[in-house]
Design a protein around this ligand. Structure first.
Ligand code: ADE
Length: 248
């Protein structure tokens, strides 16, 4: 996967993506990135990238002409890329969308906005995929672009080593549907601070362990994320049935 970050702050990258699993995958050539400094596409002597909003009001707006030149430069490098604009206007980013993007696009371009907004004509003209990482306002799109990228990289073949790959993930998250939260995890020592590891996990009985984990996933999802649970319960299974827990 190739990722281009269009930003006023190229020094913010690769940040977290240069470390751990993503950093190792980068070293292995499983993905790469470049940054394009939007300011390099300003033409006046002050390299102005923003201006006051028509209609008045607080904040500055990123200039359409400058941003457009930067986007065009990115598409020259990666003509088939999917343009993504992290924005509170977008649909909430989900695991299913992450999987879809990572497996259908070899390259993506992130347009990271700053200031109050990007001139709306950019959105109309380029029709980027607007994606929100939650109902709160960040200072810019960079952190969201990093979060979305990190999530997508997990779906690239070879990025997760055997130790990090969850066989269970297929039941945790369906391709187009809501998933369940993961069951609790434990490691040594068997007793810590008076808390024991659940007996079933040391039983060696994998059928019981699988059943316990499934049960835990369902209970935790229902308790902590009732809206996810409701969605999950309404999923039609491949057999055409609603999830049997749906009536709970
Ligand atoms: N830019 C500013 N706030 C954002 C959010 N919540 N999600 C994605 N991009 C953003």
């Amino acid at each position: 996967m190739h990722i281009i970050f269009l930003t006023l702050y190229p020094e913010m990258f690769p940040a977290t993506l240069g470390h751990g699993v993503a950093g190792r995958a980068f070293q292995q050539g499983l993905w790469n990135y470049e940054t394009i400094n939007i300011r390099d596409y300003a033409t006046d002597k002050h390299q102005k990238v923003d201006d006051t909003p028509y209609g008045g009001g607080a904040g500055m707006v990123m200039k359409a002409d400058v941003v457009a030149r930067a986007i065009d430069a990115a598409f020259e490098r990666s003509p088939k890329a999917q343009l993504i604009c992290p924005s509170p206007h977008g649909r909430h980013f989900t695991q299913a969308q992450s999987h879809h993007l990572a497996t259908t696009h070899a390259s993506v371009i992130f347009l990271c906005g700053r200031f109050e907004a990007i001139d709306q004509r950019i959105i109309e003209h380029y029709q980027p995929l607007e994606v929100s990482i939650g109902d709160y306002i960040l200072l810019g799109g960079e952190v969201a672009a990093l979060a979305i990228s990190e999530s997508m990289l997990r779906h690239i073949s070879g990025v997760l080593g055997n130790a990090e790959t969850h066989d269970d993930e297929s039941f945790m998250i369906g391709k187009d549907c809501a998933g369940l939260l993961e069951y609790p995890h434990y490691t040594k020592p068997p007793i810590w601070n008076g808390y024991s590891v659940p007996e079933v996990l040391t039983s060696g009985n994998h059928q019981r362990i699988d059943a316990w984990r499934r049960e835990q996933s369902e209970q935790i999802t229902a308790r902590k994320r009732p809206e996810l649970w409701k969605e999950y319960c309404n999923i039609i299974t491949p057999e055409g049935q609603k999830n049997p827990k749906g009536s709970d």
